[in-house]
Design a protein around this ligand. Structure first.
Ligand code: HEM
Length: 474
């Protein structure tokens, strides 16, 4: 009996202590001028709820506090903004002190010269150097032929194999970028490079605690290995005197007006690989899934691609004019990006106390420009949970200011056209989807359904797709 009383006493004491702690934390932040919201526990804040509930957490907080509220997530006091106008204001006002606010692990592993880590004139210069590598002329003359050639060979390897579509799209996004960076060397270095790159990506999404066997530690080591690999690549290229027409060729070329140090070049190459990796691979994977589920869309897409093919011989590559004429394909990609919300939002940080929306946001706070909800706003997208690419053609493909899947303002994605070109030419979306056959649930099987010129595959849509669908349903 006495034991039970002690247990109850301890339990009761813990409850009172927890309530007092939570209350103290709320009062601590209840400064005049801050928006409404809850701050959770000291240090941990509401990170557990945020990670566990995902978009449902955001929805719930919005219903309680409106479109602009405070929280404490991922180790930092954070303002969440879901208001389209405010979001745009935040994105275009970097000069006023709203700089990128990505987690420390990402900045450490991507390098101190990576674009997200630099501001002001340094950002302008690095961005200029990147834009020179992926300009429309570069895409037209150098990159698209490489992408098209790579996509064909990638597809060829799938013949009669069981293919995990998620794994394959990731591989595709990485290898395609590597080929654009170092066209001649890509095949010889990819085996060594790819596993290191995957470790690096995991490291950027981890807690920045440098202990053995942590993802951060492995990511950091992977960065060092990748840096040595790239340094060797640059030195060999310089020594060979070859003038190749790929990104590395432009970077080290004497006529390039952007003179980067080797360290800057390495960080820029890592940025290119990293930025186009999850975005391009997830969009491609989800496009296949949606096309599989919507035969009418697939039919329309096939018509567009057949019309292009009809003008060419089978071995002719897709050229820039073909790519630009793929209006429906682009609409399919936009609709996929909207419905699957490939990017939930972007992070900013205040560099001084700032007044936004009538509140004073203290220096060093993060602002989560949360764009996800806009994608499901029925006033902007009638019947928002329906996959309907035609809605993009009705309103004008590039005429939707609230659509922030590629960000906005000074940091708007410079790789948008490159990413779209890759997804549009990825193993001929229409052929791939033609090969899908529904079986049970979300697993789709492929059989020998394709013409002799197209290989047959078995595709296993992996768990990530299930998760995404659960998110849509929420
Ligand atoms: C479907 C594909 C893609 C999507 C949805 C996407 C999305 C985005 C978004 C939302 C941002 C803004 C980040 C911010 O404001 O903090 C961004 C920035 C960026 N993206 Fe992309 N991206 C895609 C493909 C690519 C590709 C292929 C590249 C390769 C060059 C790339 C390179 C970058 C870079 C370097 C930035 C940072 C720009 C800066 O800070 O000035 N992206 N992207």
């Amino acid at each position: 009996m006495a034991g039970l009383a002690v247990i109850l006493g301890v339990f009761w004491g813990l409850c009172v202590f927890s309530i007092a702690l939570l209350r103290w934390n709320e009062v601590r932040y209840r400064k005049k001028g801050l928006p409404p919201g809850t701050m959770g526990w000291p240090v941990f804040g509401e990170t557990t709820e945020f990670l566990k509930q995902g978009p449902a957490f955001m929805k719930n907080q919005r219903s309680r506090f409106g479109n602009f509220f405070k929280s404490h997530i991922l180790g930092c006091p954070t303002i969440v903004s879901m208001d389209p106008e405010l979001n745009r204001y935040i994105l275009v006002n970097e000069a006023k002190g709203l700089v990128p606010g990505y987690p420390q692990s990402m900045l450490d592993i991507l390098g101190k010269c990576n674009i997200a880590a630099v501001h002001g004139s340094a950002h302008k210069y690095m961005r200029g150097a990147l834009l020179a590598l992926i300009s429309p002329t570069m895409i037209k003359d150098q990159l698209l032929p490489k992408i098209d050639d790579f996509m064909r060979s990638h597809l060829r390897d799938w013949d009669n194999k069981i293919v995990d579509i998620q794994e394959k799209t990731k591989e595709m996004a990485f290898l395609s970028s590597l080929r654009q960076i170092a066209s001649n060397e890509a095949s010889s270095i990819s085996q060594e490079f790819m596993p290191e790159f995957f470790k690096l990506v995991l490291g950027t999404l981890s807690l920045p605690i440098n202990l053995p066997n942590t993802n951060y530690h492995r990511g950091f080591q992977a960065r060092q290995n990748i840096t040595s690999l790239l340094r060797k690549l640059i030195e060999e290229r310089r020594a060979s005197g070859e003038n190749l027409h790929d990104m590395l060729g432009v970077l080290i070329g004497k006529e390039n007006k952007y003179k980067l140090s080797d360290e800057e070049m390495i960080d820029l190459i890592i940025t290119i690989l990293y930025s186009g990796y999850e975005t391009v691979s997830t969009t491609s994977m989800m496009a296949v899934k949606y096309l599989h589920d919507h035969p009418k869309v697939l039919e329309e897409l096939r018509k567009e691609h057949m019309a292009i093919r009809a003008r060419k011989r089978p071995e002719d590559p897709i050229d820039y004019n073909d790519y630009k004429s793929m209006r429906f394909t682009r609409a399919v990609i936009y609709e996929t990006s909207r419905l699957a919300t490939i990017v939930n939002g972007v992070l900013r940080k205040t560099t001084r106390d700032m007044e936004i929306n009538g509140y004073v946001i203290p220096k060093g706070w993060r602002i989560y420009v949360y764009t996800r909800e806009v994608n499901y706003d029925p006033r902007l997208y009638p019947d928002p949970l329906t996959f309907n690419p035609w809605r993009w053609l009705e309103k004008g493909l590039e005429n939707q200011h609230h659509f922030l899947i590629f960000g906005g303002g000074t940091r708007q994605c410079p790789g948008k056209e490159l990413g779209l070109a890759e997804i549009s030419t990825w193993p001929r979306l229409e052929m791939l989807s033609k090969c899908l056959r529904p079986t049970q649930g979300l697993i789709s099987l492929v059989n020998r359904c394709c013409s002799s010129s197209v290989p047959s595959f078995v595709l296993i849509l992996s768990s990530a797709i299930n998760e995404s669908l659960l998110i849509f349903a929420a």
